[in-house]
Write a protein that binds this ligand. Structure first.
Ligand code: LLP
Length: 424
């Protein structure tokens, strides 16, 4: 929860009162701590400094322009998976020459845009994609730098919906197929094989999958080099876990401990694509209790934020700590299980779906209509996955920096909701 702390019974983001922000800007409201964002990036930069890595913040986790600008100013590059994400990176004023581009379905237009931006490399996921990059590169008279995305068949022991490095996932390719493709690259003057890529899944709460992946990477690099490929880069993707619960996520230095020796052995530069590790605990979602009701032996706290804002609990059954902004009981380190002075409730949203909930059977201090609730660890894959379902406008976003705060996205209006629709 770095960047967020309770002082005199009130939640603060850095030096700014969360209740005041909610009063000023309304709810639901996303609030981020700039110092938390930069601190988390620094942790990774420092942990891997020995191999001078290129850290590519994963735009998909949270692509708000001000967050991207903050990352760029702190020395990060970017991992994108679409032309839209690359557009965001450019719009934030960042250098595109260290951008990496993954994703199984890159269109020719997206490939052209990326080549025009002179990105560092494409993480290629299939033979058809390699052909498409070669053909667009030829039409532009340039060379496309590619890294083959390998499926190392490693079980990262994460949620089935977010695991990517196991055989049978749609991502990457088998090492044997990659070998054949490497030959193809060698023969094509519009392609250069400059690296390999693996992303195992997200979030990964142990370090051994990274060790296994790094070990495989060294073997593959050695084999490709012996065939004449100028391999400079190993990209081990993202997926570093964070503490949604108490003490869950290892520190960046733990991941570095198992990865760095292999990168040194390979004599390669390292790229990493962390998203959640940087932004996950740097942001909260603040909601307001609309009603409370008791039905079927349960107490429901119904608040104004819903699965349209934060879909993670509905989609992955994921756990988020939540606690009042001005609590009558201090927030314990462990919010699971029974807590004295608290009542057992389901925290739900206003959306017409039974899966619209943030917590079930959770102990919270008694809450009343109008009370504010903070949903923690919401910075990653929160706004990024939010929608207008039930015609709910997208919430505003605030970035706090010391005693200052600024709006980094206005709340959407009803007029904006329908602005692109055409009626005869
Ligand atoms: N690189 C690649 C190729 C990825 O596919 C991903 C995430 C990342 C990097 C960044 O992973 P991170 O460091 O943020 O864990 N919506 C899900 C997570 C989906 C992750 C998709 N890929 C969630 O809310 O948990």
């Amino acid at each position: 929860m770095s960047g967020f702390q309770y002082q005199n019974g009130q939640l603060y983001c850095e030096g700014v009162s969360v209740a005041k922000l909610a009063e000023q800007h309304g709810t639901p409201l996303w609030i981020y701590s700039k110092s938390a964002l930069v601190t988390r990036l620094r942790e990774i930069q420092t942990a891997f400094a020995e191999v001078d890595p290129v850290i590519c913040y994963s735009v998909k986790a949270n692509g708000n322009l001000s967050i991207l600008k903050t990352m760029a100013e702190a020395g990060s590059s970017f991992d994108v998976v679409s032309g839209g994400e690359l557009f965001r990176v450019k719009k934030a004023g960042a250098d595109t020459s260290k951008v990496v581009f993954a994703g199984v379905g890159k269109t020719d237009d997206e490939i052209r845009f990326a080549l025009e931006c002179n990105i560092l490399k494409f993480d290629v996921e299939s033979e058809a994609e390699l052909d498409a990059i070669a053909s667009v590169a030829k039409s532009l008279g340039v060379v496309g730098r590619v890294a083959l995305r390998l499926n190392p068949d490693i079980d990262a022991k994460t949620h089935t919906k977010t695991t990517t490095g196991k055989k049978g996932n749609k991502f990457g390719m088998d090492i044997e197929r990659a070998d054949q493709l490497a030959e193809k690259v060698l023969k094509n003057p519009n392609l250069e094989l400059s690296g390999i890529h693996m992303h195992l899944g997200s979030p990964i709460l142990t370090t051994d999958p990274y060790e296994a992946a790094a070990k495989k990477a060294v073997e593959v690099v050695k084999a490709y080099r012996s065939k004449g490929h100028p391999i400079h880069w190993i990209n081990l993707g993202g997926g570093f876990g964070i503490s949604y619960r108490k003490n869950e996520g290892p520190a960046a230095s733990e991941y570095a401990k198992v990865i760095v020796p292999y990168i040194k052995e390979a004599g390669c530069r390292l790229t990493l694509e962390p998203g959640r590790y940087i932004v996950g605990n740097s942001g909260i979602l603040v909601t307001k209790v609309i009603f409370k009701k008791q039905e079927g032996g349960k107490t429901f706290v119904i608040q104004d934020g819903g699965m349209n804002d934060l879909i993670r609990p509905a989609m992955y059954d994921s756990f988020h700590r939540l606690w009042p902004v001005a609590p009558s009981v201090a927030m314990p380190e462990d919010v699971e299980g029974e807590i004295a002075g608290c009542e057992k409730v389901d925290v739900v949203g206003p959306i017409c779906e039974s899966s619209d909930y943030f917590a079930k059977d959770r102990y919270l201090p008694p809450m009343q209509r109008g009370d504010l609730l903070s949903i923690f660890s919401a910075g990653a894959y929160g706004t990024a996955m939010s929608s207008n379902y039930n015609a709910k406008p997208l919430a505003a976003e605030i970035l706090c920096d010391g005693a200052n705060s600024k709006v980094i996205r206005r709340r959407q209006t009803y007029e904006e909701l329908v602005a692109n629709e055409l009626v005869d």
